[in-house]
Design a protein around this ligand. Structure first.
Ligand code: PHE
Length: 351
């Protein structure tokens, strides 16, 4: 209850001071302290009421009482300042604790990335072939016309070149250096530089000037296979492809070879596998045939052997090449190849 101004006594002042001091001490935050400050020193405080009551005192007491009120006010101000200092210290310590970085703390990394589907597919294809006794080799992506075409029995103006529209580089003679259109040039490099026999696969990026659509992208990946040894037959080729299809796609997936034509193999075949989407029953992806085309293959053409100085009377061999992107598509049920070049997070987060 506010003291009656007409009846100011030292007791009133003591009471007001004690109450105010208790409120200051009880303030737990800087904000609470600001409110207390207003209540104990402001216009509606007990002190203000006592001050107003001075006028009702006899003149001989008025001066002394006024001085006491001022002294009390000064003590309360000091108490408030002290309390403010304490509270600021407490709050600063709390903030420092909350903001402190523990550099030794190991936190789980949220949303850690992983390899792209195509990279994973390539690696597991490599593993499958290594398990079958092949070594993994790489070759350059920038090739000469000789390795990409001519040594592979595709002289200039050969009709097969029109199916492999190329990106040429402004280097050397016009149209002499290009981005490889397939991994087959590495066959030539291997046969030139290696001791026979050869059992190798060559994964890598290839380029063709193609307008992207659901089945074609201008940057794609192939894996080439090359075997050269004594007495290699077409039966070895067919058996190797079948063993690969079972090992990579599963025992329910088979392979078949259809007559085909490539300048660097003779005879040549188109290579199909059971459609992995419908397991051979027939669906939209395989146009109801139960089979999807994976790539091409055949027996190394004697003209190619001649270009690299291998005696075709003594050695025979087979080669195959197919799309890594197509394998990724079949394993992950992707309807559109273009997804593999885009950065759609729904595709990229697939494992
Ligand atoms: N290089 C051929 C292509 O890209 C595929 C192939 C490789 C065919 C090896 C036969 C032998 O179409």
């Amino acid at each position: 209850m506010p003291p009656d101004p007409s009846d100011l006594s030292p007791q009133d002042l003591e009471e007001v001071e004690a109450e105010a001091a208790a409120a200051v001490a009880a303030a737990g935050t800087a904000e609470e302290l600001r409110a207390v400050e207003g209540a104990v020193l402001g216009r509606h405080s007990g002190l203000a009421a006592l001050n107003q009551g001075l006028g009702g005192l006899p003149p001989d007491r008025r001066r002394a009482a006024g001085q006491e009120i001022q002294a009390t006010r000064a003590r309360l101000r000091e108490a408030i300042a002290r309390r403010r200092g304490e509270l600021e210290g407490i709050e600063r310590r709390a903030r420092l604790m909350a903001e402190r970085l523990d550099l030794t703390e190991v936190l789980p990394v949220p949303g850690r990335g992983h390899l792209h589907l195509v990279t994973k597919t390539r690696w597991s294809l490599e593993d499958t072939f290594v398990g079958m006794g092949f070594e993994v080799v790489e070759g350059p992506e920038v090739e000469t016309d000789w390795y990409n075409f001519e040594a592979l029995n595709m002289p200039p103006a050969h009709p097969a070149r029109t199916g492999q529209d190329s990106f040429y580089l402004r280097l050397g003679a016009p149209e002499s250096i290009l981005l490889r259109t397939h991994t087959s040039p590495v066959q030539v490099r291997l046969m030139e530089s290696r001791q026979l026999p050869i059992y190798a696969v060559v994964p890598g990026r290839c380029y063709r000037r193609e307008t992207p659509d659901a089945r074609h992208i201008p940057i794609f990946h192939q894996i080439e296979g090359l075997v050269v040894d004594h007495g290699i037959t077409f039966g070895d080729l067919a058996g190797t492809i079948e063993a690969f299809a079972n090992a990579y796609f599963g025992p329910a997936i088979h392979s078949r070879l259809r007559p085909g034509s490539f300048p660097f193999t003779e005879p040549s075949a188109e290579l199909d596998i059971t459609c992995t989407i419908c397991a051979g029953a027939g669906c939209r992806t395989c146009s109801s045939s139960g089979w999807v085309e994976l790539g091409g293959c055949g027996m190394v053409d004697p003209n190619v052997f001649a270009n690299v100085g291998i005696d075709a009377e003594e050695w025979t061999g087979f080669a195959f090449g197919f799309g890594i992107d197509r394998c990724a598509q079949m394993r992950h049920g992707l309807a559109d190849t273009r997804l593999l070049l885009e950065n759609d997070i729904r595709l990229l987060s697939q494992v």
